[in-house]
Structure formats: structure tokens, C-alpha cells
Design a protein around this ligand. Structure first.
Ligand code: KG4
Ligand code: ZN
Length: 320
């Protein structure tokens, strides 16, 4: 729950990671059934933690997309039902706008305009954020998202889902220069990404080695370095193109320390500044949706009568 005066007054998270790990990835039907079980108790816990009652709530915000349709439908239906019962407006929020604005939850935060690198399980985006609700996509992945590349590499290395945190943990004991993996699309103009070739490079490396723990650590470190260098290369180009001095890095993959450090170094070297949310706000969370929802509420946006969700929903479509 977010208060426009006091800031974040409560925040609860229930993670489905253990369930996803059991199946080696997200099973959409199981994810949405679990949403049904967990949503109401979690909302109750957030209300208790804030010591607010329904009478203190001005609006109910919910993620309307992009994402898996079943899970979105559960969230939207619960949020809209509460709003109806409490006689309050509901405000749909774009998940990627949530990630983009997550650094605003911190005391030290960027001012518009800024550049944003959004790296999650489903998206890799370079965004020019001219102002609140004025976004331009400068670059995006033409195939796998950065998080997806981590998850697929993890699978090849025999690690459970989600791979990001485990690949980076394994990478700590490896040599990032042991394998020369490609830095995809850095030899071409533009700001788009392509990460699907990296998993082939990892598979080839595994096929050409004894795949001992030491070799796996080297492969993980070399893979992480390839992703990190590629992201930094494209960010530097986007900063050159736009002349901006502030870089927001958000989304699940921004929890990766090598990537955070490399982008922080990049911004320092350029006399600029990187803004990253705290680790728990890099990966999916309700606080960022509450904040984005408040901003949308303040400019008068409300959900229409129909309960609609948008599995694919570009940030440019929510630009004013
Ligand atoms: O934003 P997020 O929590 O969910 C989506 O909206 O997709 O991002 C999840 C993604 C997963 O692919 C996960 O492997 C990745 O973020 N991730 C990481 C790290 N922590 C999470 N990738 C690399 N290093 C990490 N430390
Ligand atoms: Zn996300």
C-alpha cells in the first residue's frame, strides 16, 4: 500500500518460485490457480501491516499486462471486485511501467528525463523516459529477453528455475574470460538486442568440455560477462544518442551484481549516475505497481467498465 504523503506503508510478497522450480519453469495454469489461493490473504496481510482499513483506500491498482493471461485475469478480477465492494475507483497499471518507476520508491531517485534499461524475464528494453507517461522504446530484444537467456543457460548448466540468481552465484567462482562468448549485435548499428544465440554458445562450450564444476563456473561467468558487456555497450550508445546523464536499471535481471556494477562504472566514467531500485524492488513486487498506479490515479486514469487484461502491452501504448 502506498500513501501519497507517507510513501510505502506496507508491502507483501508471496513468491511462486518454489513451485516453478519443481516444474523447471512457469506452468501458467498452476501459476493462476496459486494466484487465486494467495491473493486475498496477501491483501489482508498488507492491510493489517499498514493499520489502514478499506475506508482509508482511495483507489485499487492492479497489473493489467503484459504477462500471462490467467494470472493477469485473477489479479484484475480480485482488484476490480475489491474496488467495487469498497466503492472506489480501480486503476490498471502496465507491469513494465511499474519496473521503470521502481527507483522512484527510493529516497534518492532520478528526475525526468532519463534513460532506462528494463531487463526482466520477458523483456529487454531501452526506454527514453522524457517525462512521467512519456516513453519511447529506443531498443528491445528481437528474440530472448535477458532474463530468459539466464534461465535457459541455467537449465543447460543443470540449475533449477529461475536461473538468474543461481547462474550469478555460480559465476562468482568462475573466470569471466575463460570463454569468448559473442556480444550479440554490438557490431551493428541500433539499440536492439538478441540473446538467443548465447544459449547456443553455452551449449557448444558445454559440449566441448568435461563439464566439471570448475568449467561450469567458468561458463557461467563468461556468459554473465557477455550479457553484462552487451547491455553496457548498448546503454553507452543510447546515452551518446540522447545526451542523457541518468540511467535507470530495473527489472529482475537488474538484481545481478555484475550488471549493476558494470552499468554503475559506465555512468561514473561518463560523469552521470545510475539508479537501481533496492534488490527486492528489482524483481516483481507490488510496491512498484502501487506507485505507478498512484501516478496514473493522480492524472485521472480509471479502469473502464469491462475487466480487461493485455498479455502484450507496450509501454508506448501507455504514453500520453
Ligand atoms: O522482473 P522479474 O522478477 O519478472 C518478470 O517480469 O519477468 O524478472 C525475472 C527474471 C528471471 O528471468 C530471473 O532469472 C532474472 O529476472 N533474475 C536474475 C537475477 N535475479 C533475477 N538474472 C540475473 N541475475 C540475477 N541476480
Ligand atoms: Zn517483472
Amino acid at each position: 500500500m502506498y500513501d501519497s504523503q507517507k510513501g510505502l506503508v506496507s508491502n507483501r510478497l508471496y513468491s511462486q518460485i518454489d513451485m516453478h522450480a519443481m516444474y523447471g519453469g512457469v506452468v501458467p495454469e498452476l501459476a493462476s490457480r496459486d494466484h487465486i489461493r494467495k491473493a486475498v490473504p496477501l491483501i489482508r496481510a498488507a492491510l493489517d501491516e499498514s493499520s489502514c482499513g478499506p475506508e482509508d483506500i482511495d483507489a485499487v491498482c492492479y497489473t493489467a499486462g503484459p504477462g500471462l493471461v490467467g494470472a493477469l485475469m485473477v489479479g484484475a478480477t480480485v482488484a476490480r471486485s475489491l474496488a467495487y465492494a469498497w466503492n472506489r475507483p480501480a486503476v490498471p497499471v502496465n507491469h513494465m511501467e511499474g519496473h521503470l518507476l521502481a527507483p522512484m520508491l527510493e529516497e534518492v531517485h532520478p528526475e525526468f528525463p532519463f534513460l532506462a534499461l528494463l531487463v526482466s524475464g520477458g523483456h529487454t528494453l531501452i526506454i527514453l523516459a522524457e517525462d512521467f507517461a512519456r516513453y519511447k522504446i529506443l531498443g528491445e530484444s528481437i528474440d530472448d529477453a535477458a532474463g530468459e537467456a539466464f534461465d535457459k543457460t541455467a537449465k543447460l548448466l543443470g540449475l533449477p528455475y529461475p536461473g538468474g540468481p543461481l547462474v550469478s552465484k555460480l559465476a562468482l567462482s568462475g573466470n569471466p574470460k575463460a570463454w569468448k562468448f559473442p556480444r550479440p549485435m554490438t557490431d551493428r548499428p541500433g539499440l536492439d538486442f538478441s540473446f538467443s544465440g548465447l544459449k547456443t554458445a553455452v551449449a557448444n562450450a558445454l559440449g566441448h568440455s568435461d563439464a566439471s564444476d570448475g568449467v561450469k563456473a567458468d561458463i557461467a561467468a563468461s556468459f554473465e560477462a557477455a550479457v553484462s558487456d552487451t547491455l553496457a555497450f548498448k546503454c553507452a550508445r543510447a546515452l551518446d544518442d540522447t545526451g542523457l546523464k541518468q540511467l535507470v536499471v530495473a527489472g529482475g535481471v537488474s538484481a545481478n551484481l555484475r550488471i549493476r556494477n558494470s552499468l554503475n562504472d559506465l555512468m561514473k566514467a561518463r560523469g552521470g549516475r545510475m539508479f537501481c531500485p533496492r534488490l527486492s524492488f528489482c524483481t516483481d513486487n507490488a510496491a512498484m505497481i502501487a506507485y505507478a498506479g498512484l501516478r496514473r490515479f493522480q492524472i485521472g486514469q480509471r479502469a473502464g467498465n469491462a475487466i480487461e487484461v493485455y498479455p502484450r502491452w507496450s509501454l508506448e501504448a501507455v504514453s500520453l
